[in-house]
Structure formats: C-alpha cells, structure tokens
Design a protein around this ligand. Structure first.
Ligand SMILES: [Zn+2]
Length: 190
C-alpha cells in the first residue's frame, strides 16, 4: 500500500488550513476539532481529521471510504466502472481526487487567482489570464502520474476516458467540506 504514504508527503500542514475552509486564516485546528465532536463516524469527519488535523493514520480508512462512496455514485449514475473498490481505474481516480481535495486548488501565479493579467508593457491594459482556468491551475499529467506510480501516458488514457466522472467525484469531497463547515456553525458565512 504505497498510496496512503504518498498522501502524507503531499498533505498540507496547518499553514493551509484557512485556505481550505474558504480563505479565513483565523480558523484553527482547535475550531475544526471542536466541530468534529458532533460528526463522528463518517467520511466527512475522517476527511477533516486527515486534511486539517494531519491524522495520517486515518488515511487508509479515508481512501477506502472515498472509494466506496465513488462506487455508490457510479451505481447511481450508471458509470461503466468495475464494481470493485480495488479496480485500477478507481484506485487512480480516487487517489488523485482525494489528494487534490486535501491540497486544495493551485492559485495561478500569473494572475494571483484574479483571472485577469496585466500587460507589463501597458499596465493599463487588462486581459483575461491565458495561463489558467478561472484563476486556478490544473495539476499536470506528471503530478498525477508520480502520485499514482503510473506513466503519464497511462494517466492521460484514464483521464481521457473518465474526465467528466473525475469532475463529478469532487462533489463527494465538496459535500464533506460542507458538512465540516456546517458542523463548525459557519455554513451561512461562506
Ligand atoms: Zn491566471
């Protein structure tokens, strides 16, 4: 099982806590831990403990729970994916999506996430940033390939066939983030 260890290497520590919870830097692990008392025994709570509490020992359980939720979603949507949580495609999609959700979006350095870039020669001229998609940069094939111990070719083949499903998988982690915010009593503030 090399995968959970890799999540550990890529996990943000306390510094990105605010970013993941909507950009409020004052949120501390204590806030999240307090909220967790009301949400025991589900995947959202596991996700909170791994993402915000760096409780690395729970990574395997979280990945397992995520795979089962993806399979449930796949059943509802009629995706043609093997109903086996250890199938290679599911292993790759779930690990990539989980680590992306834990790390959070990569803000574009060219436009600082504003979606617009200035022409350095004409500072008054502002154009849509061409380096990103809405201020966010996509992680590249190399990142996914290294994470999953596969070739870039293999990653491109998988994502080429499963791109729309891959995007839908993030609905699961977004629901977890929503449950965490709700448990913190801050749901209406975002
Ligand atoms: Zn940009």
């Amino acid at each position: 099982m090399g995968s959970p260890a890799k999540i550990s290497l890529l996990c943000p520590k306390i510094g990105s806590l605010g970013q993941g919870l909507g950009g409020l830097p004052e949120i501390t692990w204590e806030d999240v831990a307090f909220a967790l008392a009301t949400m025991t025994g589900n995947n959202a709570s596991l996700f909170a403990r791994v993402k915000y509490g760096s409780q690395d020992g729970l990574r395997g359980d979280l990945l397992n729970g995520f795979r089962l939720e993806i399979l449930t979603l796949a059943g509802e949507k009629g995706w043609n994916i093997p109903p086996d949580k250890d199938s290679p495609v599911l292993r790759v999609l779930s690990l990539s999506a989980l680590v992306e959700a834990i790390q959070g979006p990569i803000i574009c350095k060219t436009c600082n996430g504003t979606k617009y870039a200035r022409n350095p020669k004409k500072p008054s001229e502002v154009k849509p940033c061409t380096k990103c998609d809405g201020g966010i940069r996509k992680r590249g094939a190399k990142w996914h390939a290294d994470l999953n111990d596969i070739t870039r070719y293999r990653w491109r083949a998988i994502i080429g066939a499963w791109e729309s499903q891959y995007k839908e998988i993030f609905g699961i982690t977004e629901r977890w983030e929503g449950a965490i915010r709700k448990a913190m009593g801050r749901g209406l503030r975002y």
